[in-house]
Design a protein around this ligand. Structure first.
Ligand code: DQA
Length: 148
C-alpha cells in the first residue's frame, strides 16, 4: 500500500484546547483519524507524526524520502515563518509536500504572512480548518494517479 505522511509541527498537539476560536475544538487525534480513514478510502496507508521539535520534524521528512512515501501533508506551525532548516529539509527530498494551515495566516499578525517553507512545497492551503488537510490528501492522490 502506498504511504502518505501527516506531519504536524509545534503546538498542534494542543488542538482542541489551544485558541479554539482560531483552530477549532477538534483534537489532533480527531484530525489523524479523519485523514487516516479518508486516505484508506483512496487506497493509502496514512502515517501520523507530531513534534514540537524542529530536528524531529526534519528527521521525519528524511525518513519519508528513504522509505518511499508518495506524499507529505505538513503543517509546520510557527516554524513556517522562520525555519530555514525545515525549508532545506523539504527542498532536499523528492517526496511532494503540501503545506497546510488551519487558520487564515494572511488575516493574522504580519509575521504570519510570510512562509519560508512554502516556496519549496508543491502548494499551500490556508484558512480552511481541518478541511484543508483533506484537500491536501486529494491533491496528493491526484498527483499520484496522474503518474500512472
Ligand atoms: C498554523 C499557523 C501558524 O502561524 C501558527 O504558528 C500555528 C498554526 C495554522 O495551522 O494555522 O502554530 O500553522
Amino acid at each position: 500500500m502506498k504511504k502518505i505522511m501527516l506531519l504536524n509541527g509545534p503546538n498542534l498537539n494542543r488542538l482542541g484546547k489551544r485558541e479554539p476560536h482560531l483552530y477549532g475544538t477538534e483534537t489532533l487525534l480527531d484530525l489523524e483519524e479523519k485523514i487516516k480513514s479518508a486516505g484508506n478510502l483512496l487506497g493509502y496507508e496514512v502515517a501520523c507524526f507530531q513534534s514540537n521539535h524542529e530536528g524531529e520534524l526534519i528527521d521525519e521528512l528524511h525518513r519519508c524520502e528513504d522509505e518511499g512515501f508518495c506524499g507529505i501533508i505538513l503543517n509546520p506551525g510557527a516554524f513556517t515563518h522562520y525555519s530555514y532548516a525545515l525549508r532545506d529539509a523539504i527542498a532536499s527530498i523528492s517526496v511532494p509536500v503540501i503545506e497546510v494551515h488551519i487558520s487564515n495566516v494572511h488575516a493574522r499578525e504580519t509575521f504570519r504572512h510570510h512562509s519560508v517553507t512554502a516556496p519549496v512545497t508543491k502548494g499551500q492551503i490556508v484558512g480552511l480548518g481541518f478541511h484543508g488537510y483533506e484537500l491536501a490528501l486529494q491533491a496528493i492522490d491526484r498527483m499520484e494517479k496522474g503518474k500512472g
